[in-house]
Design a binder for this molecule. Structure first.
Ligand code: HEC
Length: 105
């Protein structure tokens, strides 16, 4: 097998991998700008919009999977939290909710 062929196979392998939901990647791309890398919302928008710190016990208890899902899919009324219905698949949303559970503690 020559080098060119290996390069083509490597390119194909990485492009098909990126189709799968990768929560940290999705978070960085769609959510981090407001909610911060760690979910604490220590961002410009976070301060301005008084976005909740997702790492607290209280937040994690209040925001059940179901409520989070609704917020992400439909958006939160009268806030900068817009609907991600067009941008994320159902699998993406589920993966992001799991990712947010990792902010706890
Ligand atoms: C333009 C800024 C912005 C972006 C981008 C954004 N959010 Fe939000 N988000 C907000 C604001 C503002 C609120 C409502 C304020 C608050 O936290 O109470 C909110 C609320 C939420 C809530 C409801 C819980 C809560 O604390 O109010 C969830 C869940 C959530 N966002 C998840 C996400 C996820 C997941 C993404 C990425 C797919 C995302 N957000 C992207 C600004 C943003």
């Amino acid at each position: 097998m020559n080098f060119k062929r290996i390069a083509v196979i490597a390119a194909l392998a990485t492009s098909s991998l990126s189709l799968a939901a990768d929560a940290p990647e999705l978070w960085r791309k769609h959510c981090k700008s407001c909610h911060g890398e760690d979910g604490k919302a220590k961002t410009k928008t976070g301060a301005k919009e008084k976005i909740d710190d997702m790492t607290t016990e209280a937040w994690q208890t209040k925001w059940t999977d179901e409520k989070c899902k609704k917020a992400i899919v439909d958006g939160v009324k009268d806030t900068k939290m817009k609907s991600f219905k067009e941008k994320l698949s159902e699998e993406d949303v589920d993966a992001l909710i799991k990712h947010m559970r990792g902010f706890k503690g």
